[in-house]
Design a binder for this molecule. Structure first.
Ligand SMILES: C[S@@+](CC[C@H](N)C(=O)[O-])C[C@H]1O[C@@H](n2cnc3c(N)ncnc32)[C@H](O)[C@@H]1O
Length: 535
């Protein structure tokens, strides 16, 4: 009997996989059977195998497959020695932490039973059991996925994206200007949402488009596509995750809008890359092709004071007779752990920006789990540095036109706005002074990233000849929990006034992607959104 086993606190859905797959080959020379029972609140997995004592790690890995809650016990349930053979059965008992997890498990278990045609609570002997290999389910917490796909399953949120005319217009232009890449081609729309990009691809002459969408939005996309029969007859909607669905043919081109705040939020870029590896033919194209995260230090006293003031509430010593100050420090840190999302004036930037390139055609999915960017800037001015401002752009590397979609400050505002990481301890710099640091992004299983930011400057003044005194400031933020700071419409200098039509003259053609990625991204369009104009 083993009482103390590691606790698995993450909870994803119940997955099926073969027992032999979760065992080291040496530990299983003949097939094992797994029996599964579930009484509505406690699940029990028994792995039985003739002639070999199953090593404990099999049980632990089996338990990990469930990832539903702490493993209550791993114990030897039965053991018999027949003289020739020893028959063992080991069990893993999983107790759910709450009703929600129990319900989630119950739901998936019912599906699993259906899939394997299992009657009753136990899998029959010899069933080469348990579990799937869905990459998505393995790395993403089921509660996060549930909320995420619930969000995208609602028409209002799709409308919000469709009404971002900079975004949707740039996609439309990129597709229409590059008809040559679509005519007669098989296209996969990765995360199709309402199906808008599939319809654009069909308009550009695609032979067939597979629109893959995991949320309930797939049903609405089907309706929209059926209502546009001239285009719709060349589109097939497939409900499911790109990690799981099968397609009948390879694609010539993938189209997708997988970008989140700071480019990487939502971790959908990983699905885009998985779709590339699963569906795209070797010389296929990707729209968008590359993305860049841009960064620059900023100085914004108003923002800093606003954030520091939020925690002032907790400095009250007599709140209905209660001293709130013990929680002031925690509240202060809490506010500074939120990245700020808004549209800011680019004049707040104190140094030329730098960027980090993510090439969607080459990057491995695992390389998106951790993104480590060394920072170096030269300040234009003497200022108090309050943190790091970030935005992104993506390139559609079409055969005819290379078009950028940018979310830069000063460009027409998009629904992504920009993102700022604010330091609770600002640093001081002089004009010409070097600022160094690191932006370290670590993916977490709630479809986002933990951000670790450090900025440093060597102080001038006494001791400068010896290298100066190092000022350094760090912060940890959760990209999943931003502070949306958009109380009033904020649009920054909108100078042009032209209709939203594809234009070619503002695009620099180059066959060399590396050279292209060094270019600034031109602002594709003047704004046409009236509220922006009036702002
Ligand atoms: C940002 S929206 C874009 C929707 C649409 N393509 C557009 O441009 O308007 C991303 C969509 O991808 C879907 N999605 C995200 N991850 C997915 C996955 N792994 N498999 C299938 N669909 C996914 C979401 O449900 C959502 O509808």
């Amino acid at each position: 009997m083993v009482d103390s086993v590691p606790q698995f606190h993450s909870h994803t859905e119940f997955i099926f996989a073969s027992v032999t797959e979760i065992s080291s080959p040496s530990s299983l020379s003949s097939p094992a059977t797994a029996r599964f029972s579930y009484d509505g609140s406690t699940a029990e997995l028994r792995i039985q195998h003739e002639s070999h004592q199953l090593p404990l790690h099999v049980d632990l890995q089996a338990a990990q497959l469930f990832k539903l809650g702490p493993v209550r016990s791993v114990c030897l349930l039965e053991g018999s020695d027949t003289g020739k053979q020893t028959s063992y059965s080991k069990g893993v008992t999983i107790q759910f932490r709450n009703e929600e997890e129990s319900d989630a498990f119950h739901c998936v278990f019912q599906k699993g039973k259906k899939k394997f045609n299992v009657q009753g609570g136990d899998l029959p002997n010899g069933t080469d059991v348990i579990a799937s290999t869905s990459k998505f389910d393995q790395k993403i917490e089921s509660s996060s996925a549930k909320m995420y796909f619930h969000y995208y399953g609602q028409l209002l949120h799709q409308q919000n994206m469709l009404q971002d005319y900079v975004r949707t217009g740039s996609y439309y232009a990129a597709v229409m200007e590059n008809r040559a890449d679509f005519v007669g081609r098989v296209v996969v729309d990765v995360g199709a949402g309402s199906g808008i990009l599939s319809l654009f691809a069909a308009q550009a002459g695609a032979k067939h488009v597979y629109a893959v969408e995991a949320s309930e939005m797939a049903g609405y996309a089907q309706k929209l596509i059926a209502g546009n029969p001239f285009l719709g007859q060349r589109i097939t909607v497939i409900k499911g995750k790109v990690e799981d669905v099968e397609l009948p043919v390879k694609a010539d081109i993938l189209i997708s809008e997988p970008m989140g705040t700071l480019l990487v939020n939502e971790r959908m870029l990983e699905s885009y890359v998985i779709a590339r590896d699963r569906f795209l033919s070797p010389n296929g194209k990707m729209f968008p092709t590359v993305g860049r995260i841009h960064m620059a230090p900023f100085s914004d006293e108003y923002l800093f004071v606003e954030m520091a003031n939020k925690s002032m509430f907790w400095q009250q010593q007599n709140y209905y007779g209660v001293d709130l100050t013990p929680l002031h420090g925690t509240a202060f840190q809490g506010y500074f752990s939120q990245p700020v999302v808004d549209a800011f004036d680019p004049r707040l930037l104190i140094a030329p920006s730098m960027f980090h390139v993510i090439d969607f055609t080459k990057i491995k999915e695992e390389e998106l789990y951790e993104i480590d960017i060394p920072l170096r800037f030269i300040s234009n001015v003497g200022a108090r540095v309050h943190g790091l401002a970030c935005w992104f752009d993506v390139l559609f590397n079409g055969s005819t036109v290379q078009r950028w979609l940018t979310t830069a400050p000063g460009s027409p505002t998009t629904h992504w706005y920009q993102l700022r990481c604010v330091l609770s301890q600002p640093i001081y710099v002089m004009a010409g002074q070097e600022i160094t640091g690191r932006l370290h992004l670590i993916a977490h299983n709630a479809q986002s990233y933990t951000i670790y930011l450090t900025l440093s400057a060597k102080s001038w003044g006494p001791g400068a000849e010896q290298g100066g005194i190092l000022q350094t400031s760090s912060c940890k933020l959760d990209l999943k929990e931003p502070y949306y700071r958009m109380s009033q419409p904020q649009a920054y200098p909108l100078t042009q006034d032209q209709p939203l039509l594809p234009t070619q003259d503002m695009h620099i053609q180059s066959d060399d992607l590396d050279e292209l990625m060094q270019q600034p991204s031109p602002n594709s369009y003047a704004p046409i959104d009236s509220h922006m104009k009036n702002a």
